[in-house]
Design a protein around this ligand. Structure first.
Ligand code: ASP
Length: 327
């Protein structure tokens, strides 16, 4: 039987990192070396390995992920059955959601990385790469959009979050849990969420969006500057279900008249409210002043979605329609 064809793209990250002469670890290995280090991959799929970037993931740019999405879309048009993206874990939750929004269709895209360097004892990279390939080659994973696979867990891009700085079990989907797991070299999927609506990978890079997390006593003095800094939009991580101090509400309202402002929560997970709290600075007040609720998206994922929604120069209407499916 012919094995599925997988496109494996490496962007860098700890999974590619080895010690340097200057001290510490840095990205060095490419996709071909990573694939060659896991012989069992040959039993799973025919693999084409490419290394578009060798970066630590904090230095990845959204525009580079748009280029990766386009490469995957071209690869699928040429007949690849699935794709694996290897990158640093620090920004997997953002990259995964970008790819989920920009790669339409049923074929699986699986993003993976590692918490331990390539030559560390107990390196998790090889097992994660093998699991990612198993999922990407699996008919079970079709129609689920982009998935993040680490530590045998299979997460949906929309929900996955890095939740620990060190542990191989760092990835969680706090709102819904993982969709499944890789067990006995098989992707076992237990939950099948609806796909996120697609955005056009050919429409350019995401527009720049600022993200601010609200702290107790923060008076918002930096807010009036935000609209003048060239950002197309702003995401606020408010307190609890989407709240800020009373005095900050009118300033946020002013900003929302200049650029779209999305209201997310600084809480680990859960939807932003829309109709419960009636006090000044509560969600009813903020939405009344023009803020758009992020629904169940985290601040980081809301920032990605808003950046894509505002590419055409759209304003609040574009933001409202982009966030409607997530309420
Ligand atoms: N700092 C690394 C990166 O994101 C962490 C990792 O890959 O786990 O590139």
């Amino acid at each position: 039987m012919t094995k599925p064809r997988l496109l494996v793209l490496s962007l860098g990250g700890t999974i590619t990192m080895v010690p340097t002469a200057e001290g510490g670890i840095a990205p060095k290995l490419g996709a071909a070396e990573l694939v060659a280090s896991v012989p069992a991959l040959g039993e799973i799929a025919q693999i084409e390995a490419r290394s578009p970037f060798r970066l630590p993931s904090p230095s990845l740019e959204p525009g580079q992920l748009v280029a990766v999405a386009r490469e995957i879309n071209r690869g699928f048009a040429e007949g690849f059955d699935g794709a694996v993206v290897i990158q640093g874990t620090d920004t997997i939750e953002e990259s995964a959601f970008l790819l989920d929004l920009l790669v339409p269709g049923d074929r699986p895209v699986v993003i993976t990385g590692a918490m331990r360097g390539a030559d560390a004892p107990g390196a998790d990279g090889p097992a994660n790469l093998l699991s990612a390939a198993i999922v990407a080659a699996s008919p079970e994973a079709r129609g689920l959009g982009t998935l993040a696979v680490l530590n045998y867990d299979i997460h949906a891009a929309r929900f996955v979050q890095k939740s620990h700085t060190a542990l191989p079990s760092a990835f969680l989907s706090p709102l819904v849990g993982p969709l499944g797991a890789v067990v006995e070299r098989r992707a076992q999927i237990h939950v099948r969420p609806a796909r996120s609506p697609a955005h056009d990978a050919e429409a350019g890079e995401p527009a720049p969006v600022a993200l601010l997390k609200w702290g107790m006593g923060e008076d918002g003095r930096m807010l009036r500057s935000v609209a003048g800094l060239g950002y197309a939009g702003l995401v606020i991580e408010g307190m609890g279900a989407g709240h800020v101090p009373a005095a900050v509400a009118p300033i946020l309202g002013e900003v929302a008249r200049a650029i779209p402002v999305i209201l997310a929560s600084r809480a680990m997970t859960g939807p932003v409210f829309t109709s419960t709290y009636g006090y000044p600075g509560g969600e009813i007040d903020l939405i009344g002043r023009g803020l758009v609720p992020a629904g169940h998206l985290s601040g980081l994922k809301a920032r990605i979605l808003l950046g894509l929604a505002l590419r055409g120069g759209g304003g609040r209407e574009a933001a409202l329609s982009a966030f409607a499916p997530y309420q």
